[in-house]
Design a protein around this ligand. Structure first.
Ligand code: HEC
Ligand code: HEC
Length: 319
């Protein structure tokens, strides 16, 4: 009996030691580095590409990278859950050293797809990745970033380095991995294929599922439809005062979701942030005014195909 206890004691001791070594290693290693891949790319900077890129950057980048004067010199991510640490969106103006003048077109495409920066370091989930965005649109974004738009005028600002918590470092070492570079071109669905276009806009461009599923930690950013509680809401978001704002259930459940909403009501909520009862849709829900009515109507058509989830999420305005 004594011998058994002694053996058990040794096993427990070894396990504790291994855990301590693991924690120290991850803490010391921090956010991991990966091999970069050289991508040969020179984007077309014709006016149609730049215009579409401006729209996409307005929809998917400025929320984090623009300052209050709409210059893309970055700033602190105010609504980041403190459990993940502190992060600042960097300066992505055209400045040759302090902005993204130091990135080639290929390096930008590689980062947007895989999450690996040009120095090889992985970007934690606070920088979104676009593994399923159409190649034409990735290239349009880069075309706009190369344009002489006033929001991209070279800025000297250097944002602080991120301060990831142990949780973020651990997740980036064991759970989150860079996405593969696609091996063939990805096309954007045609406007005539309404549901496919809506799925593309919601899942691959605007990442609506990201906030509107159960939890960032159980989202699948490579295959969004595998996210737990897809569009059933309840993900605990944080507003600018640090209050928890659970995301809404936007599946078509008639009692707890938006199953009774008309298309017009949905378009109004998504584009201008007004609910059918006239109340505002609270922060951090972005306003998607840059989408056309047709595009938001396509998202609505897609949501009608998503499995219904019954999940009664308390609205902020009901608290
Ligand atoms: C949710 C906030 C957020 C959004 C949206 C976002 N970014 Fe970022 N971005 C960040 C953060 C934070 C980092 C720093 C990543 C790190 O710590 O490694 C970053 C890093 C970058 C970098 C690397 C800069 C460098 O100096 O290495 C580039 C380039 C970039 N983002 C471009 C974009 C583009 C283009 C878009 C839109 C398609 C976009 N980002 C959308 C937050 C965001
Ligand atoms: C940054 C997180 C975030 C993203 C991204 C996001 N939402 Fe939201 N959304 C919210 C929050 C928070 C609410 C309001 C929760 C509340 O009322 O308490 C909300 C509310 C809504 C509502 C109103 C639901 C209701 O019952 O009042 C709709 C509709 C909606 N979002 C659709 C979308 C669509 C479509 C997209 C993508 C184009 C999207 N959201 C992207 C966070 C987000």
């Amino acid at each position: 009996m004594k011998k058994l206890l002694k053996i058990l004691g040794i096993i427990v001791g070894v396990v504790v030691l291994l855990v301590i070594i693991g924690v120290l290693t991850i803490n010391f290693k921090g956010i991991p580095f990966y091999d970069t891949q050289e991508i040969k790319l020179k984007v077309e900077t014709d006016s149609a590409s730049v215009a579409n890129g401006e729209k996409l950057v307005g929809l998917t980048c400025i929320g984090c990278h623009a300052n209050e004067n709409n210059v893309l010199e970055g700033g602190i991510m105010e609504d980041l859950d403190p459990a993940f640490g502190k992060a600042w969106a960097p300066n992505i103006t055209s400045h040759p050293e302090k902005g993204i003048g130091k990135y080639t077109d290929g390096e930008l495409a590689f980062l947007l797809r895989t999450g690996i920066k040009n120095n090889g370091q992985y970007s934690p989930p606070w920088m979104p990745k676009f593994p399923n965005m159409a190649d034409d649109e990735i290239e349009d974004i880069i075309a706009f970033l190369r344009s002489d738009h006033p929001s991209l005028k070279a800025s000297e600002t250097v944002q602080p380095a991120p301060e990831p918590t142990f949780l973020t470092k651990m997740l980036c070492n064991v759970a989150f991995k860079p996405f593969p570079m696609p091996d063939k071109r990805i096309e954007k669905p045609a406007a005539s294929d309404k549901v496919a276009l809506g799925e593309y806009l919601a899942n691959d461009v605007s990442h609506c599922y990201g906030c509107h599923s159960a939890d960032f930690k159980t989202n699948d950013d490579y295959t969004p439809t595998n996210s737990i509680g897809l569009y059933g809401g309840g993900n605990k978001l944080v507003d600018l005062d640090g209050n928890i704002v659970p995301s809404s259930n936007i599946t078509m459940d008639k009692n707890t979701g938006i199953g009774n909403w008309t298309e017009e009501e949905f378009i109004q909520a998504v584009r201008i942030g007004k609910r059918p009862d006239g109340s505002p849709v609270p922060y951090p829900m972005p306003k998607y005014g840059l989408y056309t009515d047709q595009e938001v109507s396509a998202i609505f058509a897609y949501l009608k195909t998503v499995p219904i989830i019954e999940n009664d999420v308390k609205k902020m305005t009901e608290n």
